[in-house]
Write a protein that binds this ligand. Structure first.
Ligand SMILES: NC(=O)c1ccc[n+]([C@@H]2O[C@H](COP(=O)([O-])OP(=O)(O)OC[C@H]3O[C@@H](n4cnc5c(N)ncnc54)[C@H](OP(=O)(O)O)[C@@H]3O)[C@@H](O)[C@H]2O)c1
Length: 273
């Protein structure tokens, strides 16, 4: 049975990966910074093949401990790492780079974004690398977003959502650098956008103006795009098809969940996020 670490598994897409992989009979290590607070993980904590381990992806020491615990659970190896965790502070979503409330808040938001969204996957990958080297698949998957695609952002002319898009764009390069550094060792690194997925609370009435502005921007750039979030199960099902087919020839690519058969049209191509 292949083994998977899901980093950032307490809810949303990460939790859905855990559920789907367990249903296939795979061995799943679910990393969460506060597992006791995750109702989703608590509901399934007694399931066979599931190991829930406390780990903060922005904290190298906690990742080192998590990798040691994982090695005990798997016998030393790991087949697939899925970097899923993300930081996004809703307070600043609708600020551009030139109208943050203060420089201090800009620095704080960008520092937290980079610590979790860029350094997080780097620290997690490095912590689990010794285990992955002993695994049979040697795959590292990192969740990214169409909002990190510079062409898409220019097409839709949307200057907001800054720290999220910018940190995720950096993550694209992280993926490329890992792919190159570990190509000879048979590793496959992939960035994947899950599409627009139903993981967030619906917008509050006072946010509707900003939401409509964003949707209008998307529709201008991509008239066929539908602003309808899909269920987590649909997105994760599509992503698992891609992850299963991933080979070292495609290492370093950035694809959409819609890239079916298969990874020829890359980098990121679809107008969804
Ligand atoms: N949903 C979408 O439409 C969409 C679209 C494009 C891309 N994505 C990408 O898909 C991934 C998952 O998105 P989502 O919508 O499922 O997100 P979400 O519902 O907001 O969940 C975020 C997850 O990240 C975890 N996390 C945050 N900081 C962490 C840390 N320091 N250490 C460990 N875990 C941490 C959270 O844990 P806590 O419970 O402890 O906070 C939670 O499990 C993200 O990388 C996101 O950028 C999502």
């Amino acid at each position: 049975m292949p083994s998977y670490v899901i980093a950032g598994a307490s809810r949303g897409i990460g939790l859905q990966f855990v559920l789907d992989l367990l249903a296939r009979g795979d061995v799943v290590i679910a990393l969460a910074r506060n597992p006791e607070a995750s109702r989703g993980l608590q509901n399934i904590k007694d399931r066979k093949n599931l190991h829930i381990i406390k780990a903060d992806i922005a904290d190298a020491a906690s990742l080192k401990r998590a990798a040691e615990e994982t090695a005990k659970a798997t016998g030393g190896g790991l087949d697939v790492l899925i970097n899923n965790g993300v930081y996004q502070d809703k307070t600043y979503i609708y600020n551009t780079l030139v109208d943050f409330p203060s420089t201090e808040e800009l620095v704080s938001d960008f520092t937290k974004s980079f610590n979790t969204n860029v350094l997080g996957p780097i620290l997690t990958t490095n912590a689990f690398l010794p285990l992955l080297k002993k695994g049979t698949q040697k795959k590292v998957i990192t969740l990214n977003t169409g909002l990190a695609d510079t062409k898409l952002i220019l097409d839709i002319e949307y200057p907001k959502l800054t720290s999220y898009s910018i940190s995720k764009a950096a993550l694209d390069m992280v993926n490329v650098k890992y792919a190159l550094a570990l190509k000879k060792e048979g590793f496959s690194f992939l960035n994947i956008s899950p599409g627009l997925v139903d993981t967030q609370a619906p917008p509050k009435p006072e946010e509707m103006g900003e939401v409509m502005e964003m949707i209008t921007a998307f529709k201008k750039g991509y008239p066929d795009w539908t602003p309808m979030p899909m269920p987590t199960a649909e997105s994760v099902g599509l992503m698992l098809e891609i992850i299963d087919k991933l080979t070292v020839e495609n290492s370093g690519k950035f694809v959409s969940h819609k890239v079916g058969d298969f990874l020829s049209t890359c980098r990121y191509t679809e107008a969804d996020y």
